[in-house]
Design a protein around this ligand. Structure first.
Ligand code: TRP
Ligand code: SF4
Length: 326
């Protein structure tokens, strides 16, 4: 029996290279080795976006399309949408009965997000309870591991604490899941800052080839290279940071040497990067085309995924109800 992993992503629109190199590429590696459950956390999105829900459905669908395009495989993993498996909400309400409020208030993201998103009223019950919903997401499938970035580690810690509290109050039902830490390479965007949707500097998985090349063309470089003959320093150039992720050793060495002597110009350097990126994205674009030609495919995948998820979750819910005497 394979160990089970479970992870989710909030529907935030199309995925960019930074999202892909972090969580998604990792899921795709893990799906062969583990029994994977991957879902779009659309209820979670409500916790901060309840006042503006206009895009949640479209973002949810786009996210599934990006996942499938990138190579997440419904024959290997269970892919679904959180709101299509109502048991997440059922377990959430039961776990909320046993979770002390101070456990929620001391999770770092609670205060951080309230400060960052100061234009929104996040004094809601749902926002405070968000980590309980996440705990329910994990515990309902008895996941062994939760592949997430370091920012989510406190949520997995809470999940473990809730599992322990439940098991000691009633009977042992839940296992304590472990964090499977995802290494996230730091990808710069076209302006040199961290690649992020909100900075408007991102290259998206679904960008067509000319858009990718055009974004690279205008990407910032070592500012010391004002003219073609000015030598540069790859160590301070965001283009070179992308080379390190996407280009092979020979190109890396060539750029590293020839940039410093001004033998290579930024235009050619970026062309090499564009080629490497296109190689990497080509299979994703091809799968994307197939998916778009079969409009019912996404619905079928998530319907099948929700059915499997619902079946698995039923087993846990039966034990939970019995343990709680409900
Ligand atoms: N909170 C996670 C995030 O914002 C998404 C998420 C929801 C999740 N439920 C989960 C991740 C369960 C792992 C397991 O990134
Ligand atoms: Fe950056 Fe390449 Fe130009 Fe050097 S040649 S400054 S690494 S883009």
């Amino acid at each position: 029996m394979k160990s089970r992993i479970l992870s989710g992503m909030q529907p935030s629109g199309r995925l960019h290279l930074g999202n892909y190199m972090g969580a998604l590429a990792n899921w795709i590696t893990l799906q062969d080795q583990y029994d994977g459950y991957f879902f779009v956390a659309d209820w979670h999105a409500l916790s901060t976006n309840y006042a503006d829900t206009a895009h949640i459905q479209a973002f949810t669908r786009d996210m599934v399309i990006d996942w499938l395009s990138a190579g997440l495989d419904p024959d290997k993993a269970t892919i679904f949408i959180q709101s299509q498996v109502p048991n997440h909400a059922v377990l959430h309400v039961l776990l909320s009965m046993i979770t002390p409020i101070p456990w929620l208030e001391r999770i770092p993201t609670y205060k951080e997000q309230q400060e960052q998103l100061e234009d929104r009223d996040l004094s809601t019950y749902g926002f405070l309870g968000y980590p309980i919903l996440q705990s329910a997401d994990v515990l309902i499938y008895n996941a062994d591991f939760v592949p997430v970035g370091i920012d989510q580690a406190p949520h997995v810690e809470l999940t473990r604490a809730i599992a322990r509290r439940f098991n000691s109050l009633y009977t042992p039902v839940f296992k304590e899941p472990q964090t499977l830490l995802t290494e996230t390479p730091k990808l710069p965007g076209t302006d040199g800052r961290k690649m992020s949707k909100s900075y408007n500097n991102a290259i998206y998985l679904s960008d067509p080839e000319d858009t990718v090349r055009e974004k690279l063309r205008t990407m910032v470089t070592d500012p010391a290279r004002k003219r073609r003959k000015d030598p540069g320093n790859p160590d301070v150039c965001p283009v070179y940071d992308l080379h390190k992720v996407y280009s092979g050793q020979p190109v890396l060495e060539q750029v590293n040497n020839e940039c410093r002597t001004a033998e290579i110009g930024c235009i050619d350097c970026k062309k090499h990067l564009g080629d490497a990126l296109v190689d990497r994205l080509q299979p994703i674009w091809e799968r994307n085309r197939t998916i778009r030609e079969t409009p019912t495919l996404v619905d079928e995948v998530v319907r099948e995924g929700a059915k499997r998820a619902q079946t698995t979750s039923h087993v846990t819910m039966d034990s939970v109800r019995q343990a709680m005497g409900i």
